[in-house]
Design a protein around this ligand. Sequence first.
Ligand SMILES: Cc1cc2nc3c(=O)[nH]c(=O)nc-3n(C[C@H](O)[C@H](O)[C@H](O)COP(=O)(O)OP(=O)(O)OC[C@H]3O[C@@H](n4cnc5c(N)ncnc54)[C@H](O)[C@@H]3O)c2cc1C
Length: 402
Amino acid sequence: MLNFQLTEEQQSVQKMVRKFVDQEIIPYIAEWDRNHEFQPKILKRLADLQLTGVCIPEEYGGVGMDYNTLAIVCEELERGDTAYRTAISVHTGLNSMTLLQWGNEEQKQKYLAPQAKGEKIGAFGLTEPNAGSDVAAMRTTAVRDGDDYIINGSKTWISLCDYADNFIVFAKTDVNAGAKGVTAFIVERTFPGFESKAIKGKLGIRAGNTGELFFSDMRVPAANILGEVGEGFKIAMSALDNGRFTVAAGACGLIAASLEESVKYCHERKTFGKEIGQHQLVQQMIAKMSANLEISRLLVYKSGWLKNEGKRNTQETSLAKWISCNAAFEAANDAVQIHGAYGYSDEYPVERFLRNSKAPVIYEGTREIHTVMQGEYALGYRQDKELRKMLPAWPFEEVTVR
Ligand SMILES: Cc1cc2nc3c(=O)[nH]c(=O)nc-3n(C[C@H](O)[C@H](O)[C@H](O)COP(=O)(O)OP(=O)(O)OC[C@H]3O[C@@H](n4cnc5c(N)ncnc54)[C@H](O)[C@@H]3O)c2cc1C
């Protein structure tokens, strides 16, 4: 049976996040964005509101709500700005949910529980200067030395590089084995040999923190291997199923914000003796935003439903991410168009929406990678099989997460 109604709990989370964004992000974001300022105090507030572990089981420090509640949180956050939705995407989507899926009991108690409570912040280090879409081309190496591994190399374009406490880092344990030579490690910022540095001059997400990680002879205990040696590529791809879900949900928030601002302006601005909303070509842009918001949400909720059912959702999540991020970019572009020259200045937020909307078309699988994936699924060249460890179905039961 299909059910399109949000539960009372989901509605109350939606209301709470919306109020928080309206009061604590929207009034200040233009200035933070202009000054390229990331505000760690917002992470602290997200933790106070229990939003850092919204879909993590209570036994691991979370709230235990369903995966679509995470989508609601991400949509509402990105209605305010892409920076803080990106923070939740890497902290919860890419890191904590990956620990939930692949971590052993000790790793979950040590790393997942404090992250779910927001006492520690998590991030995800996959991309390298020479390895973005082509993940297996990574050059970072991990060499066994007694009970440890010694990691050397670097990562780039890593969100929360300067603020996260823990990172899931991918490195080659066998440089001759391609994708099968990649292993996932849990790395703490405090490990000697770890350094981070922010990237300056970004087009968008200027209120966010993105940058490089450097590892020089960084010693990581073998106990911090996530999954098995050589399983890192699969873990990275399954992490992206969750990260992409949050990115797609966030894109809905950016479409909603573009629509909200555009409708407001359509009623304020008059040309040729009538509100610009009365011109049919303007209505066309509004209609497209409105339709794409509905379409994108439906795709996101379907992906969340599959997660709740404990089923593979790579195909559906890729589709949701591809469609909604393209739609958000178009919505922001049209929102600037509707505002005319005023949209071209930071007097209105729509220019920030347009700058922010570009990164999600690039990160967590570029537009082209998702197009190719969807083509391959349709042609029967690609199929999803059960993984050795699946994300636990919701409602959570102790037996399914252990
Ligand atoms: C703001 C921001 C935050 C980010 N945060 C993180 C993070 O937290 N962690 C992390 O690990 N990474 C992060 N990234 C990196 C991001 O995931 C990569 O940039 C992305 O995967 C693309 O890799 P690339 O930039 O190397 O582009 P490339 O892979 O070099 O691609 C260049 C171009 O070629 C196209 N292309 C490549 N291969 C193919 C193909 N097979 N078929 C068709 N077209 C192709 C691409 O679509 C693109 O247009 C972030 C990036 C940004 C911009």
